[in-house]
Ligand binder design. Structure first.
Ligand code: C2E
Ligand code: CA
Ligand code: CA
Length: 687
């Protein structure tokens, strides 16, 4: 520490010449000096000014130097000011007395100027060092940073109060122990090795790491460790200055949360949304996956907020957030971007259809009235949808386009969603129209069953018919099931639809048989969803009794995936159906993964070889081998085999040679309406 100002000397001597000479001498050596004629005067002067050193004559009138020095040393604020006694009394008593009352040093008269110069110089150097030390000590004791001094082997030599405050170890428990007493166990040995090698090579290390307090808690700290070198160049000590980052981390986290979340809804805010989006997009770029973003904006928020007040507006926003969160469940992440704008990020695995469905559900829930303070509101919303990477590689472009899509939705009269890409809108729209009309089709009884004959290969007799559903869609003609069954499966409509089909098939068959048609099997297709219904078996038996259909004429066509589902449950259901007397067949056999061995445990009656094998069985060696194997194994299990999709006579020849039991296909008859079937039967003489 440099003393910034010049040192000030008070020179106290009753002899004006000595006083003046002393002052001049000091000034010549670059100090400031003030003269006083006696001890009493100097004591008064302290109230205005503080000297760094006092040169004090021992013998003076009014108040001698000894007395002045004694009084000086009584005052706590002046006690530290060094007093250099100048005395003509060159006797041991005076010297002893001077030191006794607290004088720092003394010189004798007549003044030996060279000695005085050295004494003064030495005194000032001492003062400076003392200053530095006391300053360092004050820093050491009072700083909030923990300070540890260790020897070269990291044994603790000295710690400050802050060390104790932070680590919980009082000095007496820390001294002599190694720094490793504070190890948290959170860092690898490589971490400490690296720290040490840096410290020994460069003499310095700083960084963040975890330590353990006396009470066992682990805390993060920022530490600055420096080596202290002995004159020989070897490391003598290490000084570690560290601060506890716990509070900082907590406040940072809090800040992060506060800055990352919307205070009203508790949802992530715009800031966090953008961070998340960028993160998700980064991941998606690496994995090559899609990321959907939905932007929802309430249609009537402004009006409600302005007419009903902000309280109501706030409550509405909270409820909107709650509804959206409930719809999403764990799917994607919801944020409130501000105002009445909400955003959803849907990473991966989503296709346009499911996103459209989600948007539709979101819109529906916004259409439901909001009840706030017992008043009903209708808010409604519009949604814009975009997808990465098609609509934007980066967050900014993507959001710009999602915004445009939202704008488009507003333009379209609100209360709807729009994809940024028009072709997606067209498809989504077509699908939604289809879904709506599919729902209505059930009520309006637009479905109809067609029947396709199944023939005994050996005799050419009719073995049965398969009921195949058709949708007589107004304006579209007869729609084949391939166009609506997948959508019906997705929406769950397949359940009432399939139930209708089963009921209608039984009802019609029963009426044919009652009118004299020779009974035959009625095969009805089943969806997995139908089969999964807990009361499925009961429902089948009920249908049988309510339609008057005999169980033995009903055959249910299951797919391999149904049969291979939850084994115990499936087995129970299949067994009860079989006990009722209903026949069971496995449809599209060969396209799934069922093994014949597995099927052995099930009460299955028939295997339907999928048409893809039948199509080329006469020419394709591989298909031929498969069909022969299936027929052989099925027969060894006692099952009937039926081949579907039979169109040509060479296929029939092949199937006949290899012992296939029955066939179904265009060769014998297409699926036909009831009247056509009855006509078909009449012509064949089966009725
Ligand atoms: P599936 O059960 O495999 O039905 C056989 C399909 O092959 C029928 O198509 C039939 O018209 C067609 N087909 C019959 N013979 C030939 C042929 O010689 N050549 C060719 N190329 N095709 C032939 P469809 O009627 O369009 O039915 C398609 C699928 O829809 C059915 O496949 C079935 O999985 C499903 N489906 C039909 N009706 C129902 C139903 O009531 N409930 C359920 N769950 N699914 C049904
Ligand atoms: Ca079928
Ligand atoms: Ca089939």
């Amino acid at each position: 520490m440099e003393l910034a100002r010049k040192s000030l000397f008070f020179v106290v001597d009753d002899d004006p010449v000595t006083r003046l000479m002393l002052c001049r001498f000091l000034e010549r050596h670059g100090y400031l000096a003030k003269g006083f004629a006696n001890g009493a005067l100097v004591l008064d002067a302290f109230d205005q000014e503080r000297p760094d050193v006092i040169l004090m004559d021992a013998k003076m009138p009014v108040m001698d130097g000894f007395e002045a020095c004694r009084r000086l040393k009584e005052r706590p604020d002046l006690r530290h000011v060094p007093v250099l006694m100048i005395t003509g009394l060159n006797d041991d008593d005076s010297v002893d007395r001077a030191f006794e009352i607290g004088a720092t040093d003394f010189i004798t008269k007549p003044i030996h100027w060279a000695i005085l110069r050295n004494r003064v110089h030495y005194l000032l150097a001492n003062i400076e060092a003392g200053h530095k030390l006391s300053l360092a000590a004050r820093v050491f004791d009072n700083t909030g940073e923990g300070i540890v001094v260790t020897d070269a082997r990291a044994r603790i030599q000295s710690v400050n109060p802050a060390f104790t405050h932070i680590t919980g170890y009082p000095a007496r428990e820390a001294l002599g122990r190694k720094m490793s007493m504070l190890k948290s166990g959170r860092h690898s040995s490589e971490f400490y090795e690296k720290l040490w090698s840096e410290l020994t090579q460069r003499g310095q290390w700083q960084g963040e790491f975890y330590n353990r307090r006396k009470d066992g808690t682990i805390y993060p700290q920022w530490a600055n460790i420096s080596a202290v070198y002995a004159p020989g160049g070897q490391i003598e000590n290490f000084i570690t200055v560290f601060s506890d980052l716990t509070a900082l981390r907590e406040s940072e986290q809090n800040l992060l949360y506060v800055t990352g979340h919307d205070a009203l809804t508790g949802l992530p805010n715009r800031h966090l949304f953008h961070e998340r989006l960028s993160f998700v997009l980064g991941e998606a770029r690496e994995s090559g996956t899609m990321v959907w973003v939905l932007l929802l904006d309430l249609d009537r928020f402004k009006v409600i907020n302005e007419t009903m007040g902000h309280d109501v507006g706030d409550a509405l926003i909270v409820e909107v957030g709650r509804r959206l969160a409930a719809i999403l469940g764990g799917r994607g992440s919801l944020s409130r971007l501000g105002g009445d704008e909400f955003a959803v990020i849907l990473p991966k695995t989503e296709d346009a259809q499911s996103v459209a469905q989600l948007a539709d559900v979101m819109l529906q829930s916004m259409r439901d009235p909001f009840v706030i303070h017992e008043v009903e509101f209708f808010a409604g919303a519009s949604i814009g949808i975009g997808v990465h990477p098609l609509d934007g590689e980066d967050a900014k472009t993507l959001m710009k386009n999602v915004d445009a899509a939202l704008y488009h939705a507003k333009e379209k009269g609100r209360n709807n969603f729009q994809f940024f890409r028009n072709e997606m809108n067209t498809r989504a729209l077509a699908r939604m129209r289809m879904e709506t009309s599919l729902r209505m089709a059930l009520e309006r009884q637009e479905f109809e069953l067609y029947f396709q004959p199944q023939i005994h290969l050996a005799t050419g007799e009719l073995a049965g018919v398969e009921a195949l559903i058709r949708w007589n869609r107004p304006g579209h003609g007869m729609v084949a099931p391939g166009e609506f069954i997948p959508l019906a499966e997705e929406t769950g409509l397949i359940i009432p639809m399939g139930n209708w089909a089963l009921n209608d098939a039984c009802r019609r068959a029963r009426s044919w048989f009652a009118s004299g048609v020779k009974p035959f099997r009625m095969a009805v297709n089943l969806s997995g969803l139908q089969f999964e219904q807990p009361d499925f078996v009961a429902w089948v038996t009920e249908t049988l009794s309510s339609t008057g259909m005999e169980a033995r004429w009903l055959e249910l066509e299951l797919t391999e995936s149904i049969a291979m589902g939850d084994a115990v449950e499936t087995l129970i259901k299949l067994k009860s159906l079989s006990e009722v007397g209903v026949r069971l067949s496995i449809d599209d056999f060969g396209t799934g993964f069922s093994s014949l061995k597995y099927l052995k445990r099930f009460p299955i009656d028939t295997l339907k070889i999928d048409q893809s094998f039948v199509r080329n069985c006469a020419d394709d060696l591989e298909d031929a081998v498969i069909i022969r194997a299936v027929i052989g194994l099925a027969h060894s299990l006692g099952l009937t085999v039926i081949a579907e999709g039979v169109e040509k006579s060479d296929q029939i020849d092949f199937l006949q040679i290899h012992g296939c039991n029955e066939v179904q296909g265009y060769f014998y008859g297409r699926p036909m309406a009831e009247s056509a079937l009855l006509e078909f039967l009449r012509k064949r003489g089966d009725s």
